[in-house]
Design a protein around this ligand. Structure first.
Ligand SMILES: [Zn+2]
Length: 410
């Protein structure tokens, strides 16, 4: 198969870096008409094209990055449905699933998910994996084998999603030690109502453990409709008290939406100051939180992306669950996420900050070697879709080619 090729395409202007850009034609939706060629899997030429008579009928994106998923429970909806579709029932059904869980089942779910993700155009995924004393640590060798199996096509990062107190047990310490060799991430849930004194203690232990083994932390935090910002406020205080620097991601951070804009901006500044990254997860938040069967309400918490970006917080948008008790739909498709999230959150696809939260911030969050910007010398890792305007992307049955290191995938 060839790893070289070329094409005339449209690329969102903010996703490409072009020399001699004076003649570049950029349409009203910020799509630039370019000629791109690649050799041996690397972009060798990227230049403006004249579009007097014709405009390219394809749009090129860098391959996508999923910042937040749950490979271990994907596609369990059939066996473990949650027809109440609220948070409490999702948790309860999730715990039922744990009872029947085996390493084989989890690896099968993960492989099915990864194959779909590759076909749909992802190049990297961070996934949380349910972890607790009862589930044990046996699964991790298999998961890290899976990571190695896929590494040439897709970078995989794992977060052990455990109750906070797990990181204060000998099994927790053992797993952290293993993670220091395998680049695993410590995870947990910080959602009210909680006992503040206990939580402070567990959170401190977790932060110190991460610091000891040089690990990152990714928390499900404030995924709730009560006590706005209770989790993030405790987290910020604990970091200050311990005076340590651990890389932290806050997933969800939804309830702070109900604070007033000044409070959000102030909180945002503290988050940015600590270099904490945020992942907004609109699909699960809109589906699970504040659900009322008898009335329709638009009152749903989700991380306030625009206010946080204004406070210079690096915000990514992620998908979260796929066809499990937490979320009934989805298929590891970045265009499904964009089609839902962009209108839902009133984000404009022709604006830099929108595409940054979908393509560039996620690359930074996963610390990938390529930031996702299309330029000379970058990998020929693309998703090229048959489309000439944003409406084609969000409104039609999208035809796409996925290229991995210049080679057509699938
Ligand atoms: Zn999640």
């Amino acid at each position: 198969m060839s790893t070289s090729g070329n094409s005339e395409v449209l690329i969102p202007r903010c996703l490409c870096e072009i020399e001699n850009a004076e003649n570049l034609k950029v349409d009203l939706e910020d799509l630039a008409s370019v000629f791109i060629s690649w050799e041996k899997g690397i972009v060798s030429e990227l230049k403006p094209i004249k579009i007097e008579n014709k405009k390219p009928k394809k749009i090129l994106f860098p391959r996508f990055v999923e910042t937040h998923s749950h490979l271990d429970k994907s596609f369990t909806w059939r066996e473990f449905p949650n027809f109440k579709s609220n948070y409490e029932e999702a948790l309860s059904v999730n715990l039922e699933e744990h009872i029947t869980r085996t390493t084989r089942k989890v690896i099968d779910r993960a492989e099915r998910s990864l194959n779909l993700a590759l076909k749909n155009g992802y190049r990297a995924i961070r996934s949380h994996i349910d972890t607790n004393e009862a589930l044990g640590n046996d699964i991790w060798d298999e998961l890290f084998n899976l990571q190695k199996k896929y590494t040439s096509k897709l970078k995989l990062q794992f977060v052990a999603l455990a109750p906070l107190e797990f990181w204060n047990t000998s099994n927790g310490e053992k797993l952290a030690k293993k993670f220091s060799q395998e680049n695993g991430i410590l995870g947990g849930v910080l959602v009210p109502p909680f006992d503040k004194a206990k939580i402070k203690n567990y959170l401190s232990k977790m932060l110190l453990l991460a610091n000891k083994y040089n690990l990152e932390i990714d928390l499900h935090i404030d995924e709730s409709t009560i006590e706005p910002g209770a989790g993030i406020k405790i987290l910020l205080k604990t970091i200050d008290r311990l005076n340590i620097k651990v890389p932290i991601t806050c997933s969800h951070l939804s309830s702070i939406l109900s604070l007033n804009d000044n409070e959000i901006i102030n909180l945002g500044r503290k988050i940015a100051d600590k270099d904490i990254k945020v992942i907004a997860l609109p699909l699960t938040n809109f589906w699970l939180l504040n659900r009322n069967d008898k009335s329709t309400s638009l009152n749903r918490p989700v991380a306030p992306i625009k206010q946080l970006q204004k406070s210079l917080v690096d915000v990514s948008i992620g998908s979260d669950n796929v066809q499990d008790p937490w979320y009934t739909f989805g298929s590891y498709d970045p265009f499904y996420l964009m089609t839902c999230a962009i209108p839902m959150l009133q984000l404009s696809p022709w604006e830099r900050l929108t595409l940054s939260s979908i393509l560039l911030a996620p690359s930074r969050l996963l610390n990938l070697s390529w930031d996702g910007l299309i330029k000379k010398g970058c990998p020929a890792d693309f998703v090229i879709v048959e489309a000439e305007k944003w409406a084609d992307i969000f409104s039609s049955n999208l035809k796409r080619d996925v290229l991995i290191n210049g080679e057509l995938y699938g």
